[in-house]
Design a protein around this ligand. Structure first.
Ligand code: ACO
Ligand code: OAA
Length: 371
């Protein structure tokens, strides 16, 4: 039985949600380009969960439902307050809070399709609030309740900053949320599907997925990109810094991808946003540095920038704390996880691959006193 390390190239399921073909990403057949240019995040959520674009009234209903479900049970706020706020990473806080959220949902273990869709709305809505509330609590600020008249992107920024965002800020977050929403069988989505294929509940699936997204080889890379840019500090240090990383055989965060070998189609939108936003904030150096690094790594190693690379300078320009970058990714990707969870339930079979055994051949047991 031969194995494929990291399951590279293995087709593990069929899915109607998103596809990556010839370096083009589509959600339910619509290119990411059309969606990024024209749609709202709520429209994309509807698309991923229903496999069709909403009519205006369907979209209005989803928006109303999401806004109505954003508020957190007081018990979750109390849990967030109880963490060691000086050390707990927001992704760890989010992972734990989502698990705890399941304890307060009477329908958590109800498995019918309609109840699962209701839970999907509740989870999608509340994850944004958990991220914003935790960010404020750890600064000694009170959490801000969502406003029913704001869209998802604007509400998230409002709850984070206690101030309604400017149009350009709302547009940037809306586009980033669209671009991160789904990505075929990435590691966290696969994790979610493996979990719920045992017929475990939605909260377990999303909790497991958050754990997988947190790692630096996946969603956790965006925070580390900003740490790297900060360490580099100035444009002229960029190439010597990367050369040293190469000499030490260290990986450059935000570069490379398992599937895209010629370029991640999401990166160009984030690159453009980074250019615009860093210019507005008078901090073009982050963009200039990023462009230099991207070109050098492409030239030296043939590796493209992935979605995490330019999202770092985009979120930084919006004044967002660096350790919230991956939780923002989760706030978007939960829409994709939920779509895949619903799809998995719809046509389920336990996911249980095999391992190629490479340990010692069968041996005789030695009694403990003779070892
Ligand atoms: C949303 C997302 O999850 S996007 C990915 C976010 N993750 C990152 O940005 C972390 C940095 N990137 C990486 O670690 C990898 O490119 C991954 C994890 C994304 C993909 O990994 P894999 O498909 O397993 O590629 P793998 O690690 O085998 O790399 C192939 C070769 O390219 C090199 N390589 C890949 N990525 C990088 C990188 N970022 N920096 C330097 N070298 C790299 C590897 O060292 C390896 O070289 P070798 O053949 O000489 O040993
Ligand atoms: O697909 C992957 O392996 C990682 C990725 O880009 C994502 O999850 O958006």
């Amino acid at each position: 039985m031969a194995s494929a390390k990291g399951l590279e190239g293995i087709v593990a399921t069929q899915s109607s949600i998103s596809s990556i073909i010839d370096d083009q990403l589509t959600y339910v057949g619509y290119t990411i380009d059309e969606l990024a240019e024209n749609s709202s995040f709520e429209e994309v959520i509807y698309l991923l969960w229903n496999l069709k674009l909403p009519t205006q009234s369907e979209l209005d209903e989803l928006k109303t439902d999401l806004a109505a479900n954003m508020e957190l049970p007081e018990a979750i706020i109390e849990h967030l307050r109880s963490y060691d706020l000086s050390t707990v990473h927001p992704m760890a806080a989010l992972r734990s809070a989502v698990s705890i959220l399941g304890l307060y949902d009477e329908e958590a273990d109800v498995m019918d399709e309609v109840a699962n869709k209701r839970k999907a709305v509740r989870l999608q809505a509340k994850i944004a609030t958990i991220v914003a509330a935790f960010a404020r609590i750890r600064k000694g600020q009170e959490p801000v309740k969502p406003k029913r008249n704001l869209g998802f992107a604007a509400n998230f920024l409002y709850m984070l900053n206690d101030e309604e965002p400017k149009d350009i800020e709302e547009e940037a977050i809306n586009k980033a949320l669209i671009l991160h929403a789904d990505h075929e069988l990435n590691a966290s989505t696969f994790t979610a599907r493996v979990c719920v294929a045992t017929l475990s509940d939605i909260y377990s699936g999303v909790t497991a997925a958050i754990g997988a997204l947190k790692g630096p080889l996946h969603g956790g890379a965006n925070e580390r990109v900003m740490a790297m840019l900060t360490e580099i500090g100035d444009e002229e240090n960029a190439i010597p810094y990367i050369k040293e990383k190469f000499a030490n055989k260290e990986k450059i965060m935000g570069m490379g991808h398992r599937v895209y070998k010629n370029g991640d189609p999401r990166a160009k939108y984030l690159r453009d946003m980074s250019k615009e936003l860093t210019k507005i904030t008078g901090q073009s150096k982050w963009y200039n540095m990023s462009v230099k690094i991207e070109a050098f790594i492409k030239e030296e190693k043939g590796l493209p920038a992935n979605v995490d690379f330019y999202s770092a300078s985009v979120y930084h320009s919006l004044g967002i704390d660096h350790d919230l970058f991956t939780p923002i990714f989760a706030t978007s990707r939960v829409s994709g996880w939920l779509a895949h969870i619903l799809e998995q339930y719809d046509n389920n079979r336990l996911i249980r691959p095999r391992a190629e055994y490479v340990g010692p051949k069968t041996r005789e047991y030695t009694a403990i006193e003779n070892r």
